[in-house]
Design a protein around this ligand. Structure first.
Ligand code: ADP
Ligand code: MG
Length: 359
């Protein structure tokens, strides 16, 4: 796990129990100032609980949360200087848009003129200046979420926490908002902690992604690292689609390992970490990294396979293959030729695109 980032937010061995249930377990995570970090994981993996502890709505059972080097466990929510955006917009229905956005400033006791100025700026930031006098119920879902965002930003917090903020929006609007939030992050230099269960959203938006499973972080890294170099089987399967093939390590040489498949085929693979000969492992091969051809090329890894199905999916061709002992999926570019069922083809992939994962 990386610890080189200048740590602005630090979770120091955080554990959280609800009764007998351990929801977050001895978790260590550092977040740099100005960084956009996503907490990604399935429902129930502890993401919201961690965010609520950072916001101050929940207390850790043990461990410390530090902000800029100071423990904030005992600092009340409204003094933590964090804006929070939830999936349910949590707007006050009886207040106008402008009054909703003004609310955090009134809580902080700012004067009328200053409030008006800040609200105007915060609404402008999310392109809602023209809607200040409307009620939330008179806005679309996307507009309401922008009001919530504006309300979280209006007091210029150092940190913005977002819990599945785009979950209730349809695809097109969600993608637009992803872009808008990324833009605000860059322009305002915000530190953002963003909870999502949507892997493509996490890859799209974040500087780094922390992959959660059962209250623990399985891996943290850049989108490229967690996708290209999954550290565990869970990460390989949760992020994107992958082919998982069982094998046994035959030899290890530096960052490469030769792995024998049940069929007897030998595969050169990367990411050998602390492997030993004789060890059972999984290989993770992304479908879009598999090339098909009818002649054996000079790729380091080449398996003899037969096409069992082939589906045109608009932006790619999805080909199902059967090799000696296991199925394989290849995703080919839309310009690829067709491969009718029954075709004998070689499936080729580089050592780098074949990651060894210890179970
Ligand atoms: P996520 O946000 O990843 O979906 P949560 O942090 O909401 O996960 O929940 C993690 C686990 O903690 C779940 O099993 C959930 O049922 C449980 N949990 C969350 N909040 C409470 C609570 N207030 N009391 C008891 N259990 C809770
Ligand atoms: Mg949640």
């Amino acid at each position: 796990m990386e610890s080189s980032v200048a740590e602005f937010i630090q979770f120091d061995r955080i554990t959280k129990f609800y009764g007998p249930l351990c929801v977050v377990e001895n978790l260590v995570l550092g977040i740099g100032q100005g960084e956009f970090v996503s907490l990604l994981g399935p429902s129930g993996s502890g993401k919201t609980t961690l965010l609520m502890m950072l916001a101050g709505f929940e207390q850790p059972t043990s461990g410390n949360i530090l902000l800029d080097g100071t423990a904030i466990n005992d600092v009340p929510t409204h003094k933590r200087d964090m804006g929070v955006v939830f999936q349910s917009y949590a707007l006050f229905p009886h207040m106008s848009v402008g009054e909703n956005v003004a609310f955090p400033l009134q809580m902080r006791g700012l004067g009328k003129a200053e409030i008006a100025e800040c609200v105007a700026r915060a609404l402008d930031m999310v392109q809602l200046s023209a809607f200040a006098d409307r009620r939330p119920s008179q806005l679309s879902g996307g507009q309401q979420q922008r009001v919530a965002l504006s309300r979280a930003l209006v007091f210029e917090p150092r940190v913005v926490l977002m819990d599945e903020p785009l979950g209730a929006l349809d695809k097109q609007l969600r993608e637009q908002m992803q872009f808008d939030i990324r833009d605000l992050h860059r322009r305002l230099g915000l530190t953002i902690v963003f909870v999502t269960h949507d892997q493509s959203e996490a890859l799209t938006m974040s500087d780094r992604v922390a992959v959660f499973n059962r209250g623990k972080i399985e891996q943290i890294g850049t989108p490229r690292q967690v996708y290209d170099e999954p550290a565990t089987r869970f990460v390989a399967e949760f992020i994107g689609e992958t082919n998982l093939v069982e094998g046994v390590v035959e030899t290890v040489q530096g960052q490469e390992a030769i792995v024998r498949l049940p069929s007897g085929a030998h595969i050169v693979s990367a990411g050998s970490g602390s492997l030993v000969s004789g060890q059972s492992v999984f290989l993770s091969i992304r479908p879009e990294r598999v090339d098909l051809s009818e002649t054996r090329g000079d790729a380091r890894n080449c398996l003899e396979t037969e096409v069992t199905d082939s589906v045109y999916q608009g932006d790619h061709l999805r080909v199902q293959l059967q090799s000696a002992a296991h199925p394989l999926i290849a995703k080919l570019g839309r310009r690829s030729r067709e491969f009718p069922p029954g075709t004998k083809v070689y499936a080729a992939f580089s050592a780098n695109d074949c990651r060894v994962i210890a179970p």
